[in-house]
Design a protein around this ligand. Structure first.
Ligand SMILES: [Zn+2]
Length: 245
């Protein structure tokens, strides 16, 4: 897996992951960086906030991300292996503020997830909002319906350019955002139909998403298709009466 951080007019969007902290340290030149904006607290985005703070770079960070960056919780083995464990960040940070860039809430992928909106250029840095159209895997507690609402809100900005943290430049951003909304809504509909018909979680997983992904197995179920199904079923307002599985 790979992840991008972006540098635009002296402003850094996200900070990479802890396993590249050595290279990142060479890159961070406070005289060149006006500040940094962090989309959310996952270690592949906020992995080097401690280093930015240590180098005196002002940082804009979602309020909900503070606890995780101040006291990072132990990560699952597959995340430690892929990205590494972040160092704790000492607060208070010097806060970065800008008239050109906004950190806008876009929850769903995580509660603290934000996007960075470059108003002057109409460019959106989407963090992990998009990743791809047909993303069938989710973390525990990920809110798939929340992601749809965030995608719709972001589309209303009408971005001319959209940079995804894992995909880079997304061609035809409006079409891509709309395609993702459509695919998730169709998938939610199929999951709800199977749920109402009495299917259990494993049956829905098999019938709608084609069973568990290799990533789901490799992560011990932490980043899995089952979590996607669970997010939809657990958020049904009027769950069907309990029936035999
Ligand atoms: Zn993330």
């Amino acid at each position: 897996m790979s992840v991008a951080a972006f540098l635009v007019r002296g402003v850094l969007v996200d900070s990479g992951f802890p396993n590249v902290s050595h290279e990142f340290r060479q890159f961070v030149d406070p005289s060149r960086l006006r500040g940094a904006m962090i989309t959310h607290s996952h270690e592949d985005h906020a992995g080097n906030v401690a280093l930015l703070a240590e180098r005196g770079v002002p940082v804009s960070l979602p309020a909900l991300s503070r606890g995780v960056t101040e006291r990072p919780a132990p990560l699952a083995l597959y995340r430690r292996w892929t990205w590494g464990s972040p160092d704790p960040t000492a607060f208070p940070l010097t806060t970065f503020t800008s008239d050109e860039f906004e950190l806008l809430p876009a929850p769903g992928h995580s509660r603290d997830h934000h996007v960075v909106w470059d108003k002057a250029e109409g460019t959106l840095f989407g963090g992990d909002l998009f990743i791809g159209v047909k993303v069938r895997v989710a973390h525990p507690g990920e809110d798939i319906r929340g992601t749809v609402a965030s995608l719709r809100r972001v589309a209303e900005l009408g971005p001319a350019r959209f940079f995804d943290a894992h995909r880079g430049l997304v061609a035809r951003p409006m079409d891509s955002l709309q395609a993702k909304v459509q695919w998730i809504e169709d998938t939610i509909g199929a999951i709800e139909d199977r749920h109402r018909a009495g299917a259990n979680e494993s049956q829905i997983l098999r019938d709608v998403l084609g069973g568990e992904a290799l990533l789901g197995l490799a992560s011990g179920g932490d980043y899995s298709r089952r979590n996607f199904v669970r997010s939809i079923v657990s958020s049904l307002v009027d769950p069907r009466p309990s029936v035999g599985a």
